[in-house]
Design a binder for this molecule. Structure first.
Ligand code: 13P
Length: 251
């Protein structure tokens, strides 16, 4: 599996008409010149089946969230089984906006990961420290705990389906990107943590993405670092030109 990935996270943006235009533009750009990385987009859930119907062989679809239970009386929620039944291949888990706005804990996220793997949807597991934690030097401890508590109950086989996204919360939507040294340092730490649990081979094949004000101007520098396998892109994934430039930043 190609370790290089660029994923867009559209968050709660775009009308249906805008979403279709963006998806179609991306599709034609990628059919003109193939990407060297896997390309994933995570639109709002209500657009997933409509975009799946547009059938782009160069773009995989991701949800932004799912419920931990397979079905039941959970008004407004969506299960992993439902995502799988629409051909959705990936799902974000534990984005910092959900951790902060909905109090999602590592324990809850571990159950969402289980639900996704049971439905053969690949989790994109998000982790990252807030500014105070970085300032106090706790960032490795925080990210290490997020990964261990959310993922390390998995078997090695199960873990090999997980993508990890490191998104320092202080860099999300702020225009303040982590330096490529800061990103590399944390990504190397994450890979080492995975290696200690699952061995070198699995750690070597795990995709670890960077997210947080990653854009067309800084992606190449970030992706050039040995443990930065690509990006999880918010704002800059909403414009076809910018997102394409980020995809092309992979050599
Ligand atoms: P921005 O790229 O807008 O900073 O968002 C990053 C992010 O949260 C992706 O999931």
């Amino acid at each position: 599996m190609n370790r290089k990935v660029v994923s867009g996270n559209w968050k709660m943006n775009l009308t249906w008409s805008e979403a279709q235009t963006l998806f179609k533009d991306l599709t034609s750009e990628l059919s003109r010149q193939k990407a060297t990385c896997r390309v994933i987009v995570a639109p709002p859930a209500c657009y997933l089946s409509g975009l799946a119907a547009l059938k782009s062989s160069d773009i995989s679809l991701s949800a932004q969230n799912c419920h931990q239970e397979p079905k039941g009386a959970y008004t407004g929620d969506i299960s992993a089984i439902m995502l799988a039944s629409m051909g959705v291949e990936y799902c974000l888990v534990g984005h910092s906006e959900r951790r902060q706005n909905y109090g999602e804990s590592n324990e809850l996220l571990s159950r969402k990961v289980n639900a996704l793997l049971a439905s053969k949807v690949n989790p994109i597991y998000c982790c990252g420290e807030v500014l105070e934690q970085r300032k106090s030097g706790d960032h490795f401890k925080v990210v290490g705990a997020q990964i261990a508590q959310g993922l390390f109950h998995l078997s090695a086989d199960e873990f090999s389906n997980v993508i990890v996204a490191y998104e320092p919360v202080w860099a999300i939507g702020t225009g303040e990107t982590a330096s490529s040294d800061q990103a590399q340092e944390m990504h190397a730490f994450i890979r080492k943590t995975v290696a200690e649990k699952y061995g070198e081979e699995i750690a070597h094949s795990t995709s670890i993405l960077y997210g947080g004000s990653c854009n067309a101007a800084n992606a190449q520098e970030l992706f050039s670092r040995p443990d930065v396998d690509g990006g999880l892109i918010g704002g800059a994934s909403l414009k076809c030109d910018d997102f394409t430039k980020i995809i092309r930043s992979h050599g």
